[in-house]
Design a protein around this ligand. Sequence first.
Ligand SMILES: NC(=O)c1ccc[n+]([C@@H]2O[C@H](COP(=O)([O-])OP(=O)(O)OC[C@H]3O[C@@H](n4cnc5c(N)ncnc54)[C@H](OP(=O)(O)O)[C@@H]3O)[C@@H](O)[C@H]2O)c1
Length: 361
Amino acid sequence: MKVGLAGWWQTQSTPAIPRATLNAAADLGGKTVLVLGANAGLGLEAAANFARLVPAPGRIILACRSAERGEKALAHVKTTTGYEGKLEVWQVDLCELASVVRFADRFDADGGRLDVLVANAAIMPQVYHATKDGFEESLQVAAIATPHVILRLLPAMLRTAAEHKTLPRIVVVSSDGHYWAQIDERVWDAPGPDAGILRTLGSAAYCAQKGAIFARYSITKLLNVFFMRALAARLPADPGSGPVPRVVVNAVHPGMCITDIFAKFPLPVRALIRGAQRLVAYTADEGARFLVWAAVGDAAALRGQYIGGGRPQESSDFVLSERGQRAQESLWAEVLDILGDVDPKVLSIVREYLEEPKQHA
Ligand SMILES: NC(=O)c1ccc[n+]([C@@H]2O[C@H](COP(=O)([O-])OP(=O)(O)OC[C@H]3O[C@@H](n4cnc5c(N)ncnc54)[C@H](OP(=O)(O)O)[C@@H]3O)[C@@H](O)[C@H]2O)c1
């Protein structure tokens, strides 16, 4: 699907999901919800919305890069919702894969259940900035560290499904920006040490090219969709319920929302965007409810889907193209190759818990 102005507006003008609808759909009693990138914007408001839905003794984990910002977020969730269940801040910096390893090891040691994982963290870059791992930071957050967290926490979700007879949910926060992204020719055929889509896109040399950083955010959102689809195709089915996987994954576009995601833009541009946002954008609370809906709405309808305006929508033509399919599989292999070097547990998890890819619905 291509999205023109009319299609964009159709999604953007969809009314926010009412709290009553979320309440009616959600069955979160006693469950554990983890929001990645929970200290600001949509992640923070998603955590607050989950807090309204998860009756005590549920558990909500705010996974944040800064413990200090996380504690402020925790106080916000507590005061705005009166939540009485377990509310915790766990530190994780997606710009450092060693931090993801520590975070996941802590989760393994904790041994708790995991019912909902909302992978929401993102960066909208304005300049090239490399992580300690050597990748452009927004690319690492979206396409390497987010898959890292998801794959490492997958065994806990599958265990939760088996022990509690439930259907855990993974929500990858993407964007309609993915409709405008393609992976261009220079990336596919790049020779040398940076060979591979992620290694090429993540390199200083590629990012120095004209327009590369400008196009970066949409590409990260495209990579979110690719990862979601690659994972959905490999999730094991429940033998008792036909093709329904034991964990459901989808990708969601929350709509254009008023948050600080544009904070790194120059002031005049920011002011212009703020003006436009006041006219058409959702509040962070309204946008967050689309994230929550992706986690609690009808699993059969939403599984493996890209969701916009609260309903499944076709992904971009590039995603669905033969070239896109090849990109998806090549990215999957490269993510495992990169993660295998820093965290061998990822490869064991893939071998033990995931299946050969099925054709995507
Ligand atoms: N706002 C929109 O109009 C819009 C539209 C479509 C899609 N989205 C998507 O919605 C999601 C949330 O966006 P938002 O608007 O709420 O953005 P935001 O206000 O900038 O929040 C981004 C969150 O990601 C976290 N994060 C960034 N880098 C991280 C890292 N290295 N490690 C851990 N956490 C990190 C941030 O933490 P720090 O505070 O530590 O940086 C923050 O909590 C993103 O995936 C975005 O692409 C937003």
